[in-house]
Design a protein around this ligand. Structure first.
Ligand SMILES: NC(=O)c1ccc[n+]([C@@H]2O[C@H](COP(=O)([O-])OP(=O)(O)OC[C@H]3O[C@@H](n4cnc5c(N)ncnc54)[C@H](O)[C@@H]3O)[C@@H](O)[C@H]2O)c1
Length: 491
């Protein structure tokens, strides 16, 4: 299966828009195809809307954003894409027909996946050419923030297709869960439907409102679920003997049972109760407002989980490691003097009210350059785990020129001096189009024993690699901003 540089989307509604935002964010080009021409404006709006939350998810060095194009010619998309994700309405015959059409023109090493919430892959791949490259890849809304994607193969799906899909989705920051047996609803929707069915019963029987039922989740189980699933949580609830005790204690109620298996009839009365209830919960807030609130807390929750290396936070750490490794590999491949360690682009969300790159992003880009240098000489995750790290002691940024949205930039790094404990660096950030220096940054780093929180001598190999770089920079002129204080008049 081929390496994915261009993602083709079939159907650009809620889910297609979410896939587009996620893929573009991680530098993948997207060709979005939909039968309705008006979806072009819609998908561009959806991508823009996703950006404010997505841009806060990580500070790891992202590649330039992918390019979005739109077409109503599904087959033209299928000829150009390296991976095709189908997101058209949930109707078996429609999906079967469109997937078969697309499979006739898409090269056979192109994986074709369906976002279907509940249809079976064996049914969907029935009329396809090269059905072995087809699988279900079921995401969750908002696709650009929730990392879960369920991968389900049909009877004809090859292991290579599942593996290629897993690789691609991991690359764009997702957690690929391989569902080993196809069942209607896969795993997650089967579980979600069970809760949804009970909600409908409880509302229908007048036991509780939609708002009370949501309270029963968000103040309790919902908080636990983000870090540990029902099974591990129940294991803890059983005390020292764990799950065995839990089953002994609560097993009998499974026989009563508390829950009802059949869904209630969706009468007009029940529909009204559900709609009125959720409208009261929305309290006059629009869907867009609520989406923004949801997106903001989803970002923050993932950052908290990242700290504990749990669930979605572990996935975030995984993609950040990949982004830093890629940046270091790109940087490691050149021996320019001074070192050219970071290539980037001013992302639209980086600009301030003046339309220029905002202050904090300068420090981020200079930090990325320093990080790439340190990784190059061996100060990486393993080094930090051994209880040693480089701490920033001083940074002095001087702003010299403007950088507008989408401007290409690169950073060069000069090593001014190094001793056993200190590294003295100087970065220039330049515009790619005219080489103009946009900003400079002088930094001093201290090597620290992180257990003792004290300066300590660095590893001899790290020291000698830094020394070799310093020697290669010895003939470079000392930048005029070196050692400058803040340029305010002194009394
Ligand atoms: N909405 C969710 O929460 C969610 C979550 C996970 C998976 N899914 C699955 O994703 C799929 C899409 O759902 P959605 O919510 O984005 O639907 P949607 O109605 O928002 O979007 C469907 C899009 O498909 C387009 N379309 C219709 N026929 C087409 C055709 N023949 N060729 C190309 N485009 C066509 C429509 O114009 C529309 O833009 C479904 O299979 C659904 O089960 C949905």
């Amino acid at each position: 299966m081929r390496q994915v540089k261009t993602l083709g989307l079939l159907g650009t509604g809620v889910i297609g828009g979410g896939w587009a935002a996620r893929a573009l964010h991680y530098g993948i080009d997207v060709i979005a195809a939909d039968v309705k021409p008006e979806m072009q404006a819609w998908i561009r709006g959806a991508v823009d809307n996703a950006e404010s939350a997505l841009s806060r998810l990580t500070f790891a060095p992202l590649p330039p954003k992918g390019k979005l194009t739109f077409t109503t010619d599904l087959l033209a998309m299928a000829k150009q894409a390296d991976f095709i994700q189908e997101n058209i309405p949930e109707q078996l015959e429609l999906k079967q027909r469109v997937l078969a059409d697309v499979s006739r023109v898409a090269p056979q090493d192109v994986v074709i996946a369906s976002s279907t919430s509940g249809l079976m892959p064996t049914d969907l791949q029935k009329n396809m050419v090269a059905p072995e490259r087809f699988l279900v890849a079921h995401p969750f809304n908002p696709v650009y923030l929730l990392p879960l994607v369920e991968l389900v193969g049909g009877t004809k799906t090859s292991a290579a297709a599942i593996e290629a899909a897993r690789r691609f989705f991991t690359y764009i920051g997702m957690h690929a869960l391989h569902v080993r047996k196809e069942v209607p609803g896969h795993l997650t929707d089967r579980l979600q439907e069970a809760i949804w069915r009970e909600i409908l019963h409880l509302v229908n029987d007048g036991v509780a409102t939609t708002g009370e039922l949501d309270e029963s989740i968000i103040y309790g189980p919902g908080l636990r679920w983000a870090g540990m699933g029902t099974n591990l949580i129940y294991h803890l609830a059983g005390g020292e003997p764990g799950m065995r005790h839990m089953l002994r204690q609560f097993g009998p109620c499974l026989k009563w049972p508390w829950t009802k298996l059949e869904a209630p009839e969706l009468t007009e009365g029940l529909i009204d109760k559900m709609v009125d209830g959720t409208q009261a919960q929305a309290g006059g807030r629009s869907i867009r407002e609520l989406e923004r609130l949801r997106d903001d807390y989803l970002v923050d929750i993932q950052q908290v989980l990242r700290k504990y290396n749990l669930g979605a936070g572990a996935t975030l750490r995984g993609v950040e490691k990949r982004l830093y490794d890629d940046a270091a590999a790109r940087a490691g491949a050149n021996n320019d003097v001074p070192l050219r360690l970071v290539e980037t682009q001013v992302r639209p969300e980086w600009v301030d009210y003046n339309g220029h790159m905002t202050d904090s992003r300068y420090l981020q880009v200079f930090g990325d350059a320093t990080d790439a240098l340190f990784r190059r000489v061996g100060v990486d995750d393993a080094y930090r785990k051994s209880g040693r790290a480089m701490y920033t002691v001083e940074s002095h940024v001087t702003h010299l020129n403007e950088a507008k949205a989408l401007e290409g930039l690169f950073a060069t790094t000069q090593l001014l001096s190094v001793d056993d404990k200190r590294v003295h660096l100087f970065h220039h950030l330049r515009r790619t189009r005219d080489n103009a220096v946009v900003a400079t940054c002088e930094q001093i780093y201290l090597h620290v024993d992180t257990q003792a929180s004290k300066a300590s001598a660095m590893d001899t190999q790290v020291r000698s690699k830094l020394e070799a770089i310093r020697k290669s920079h010895a003939d470079l002129a000392t930048p005029e901003q070196t050692g400058r204080h803040v340029g305010a008049p002194r009394n």
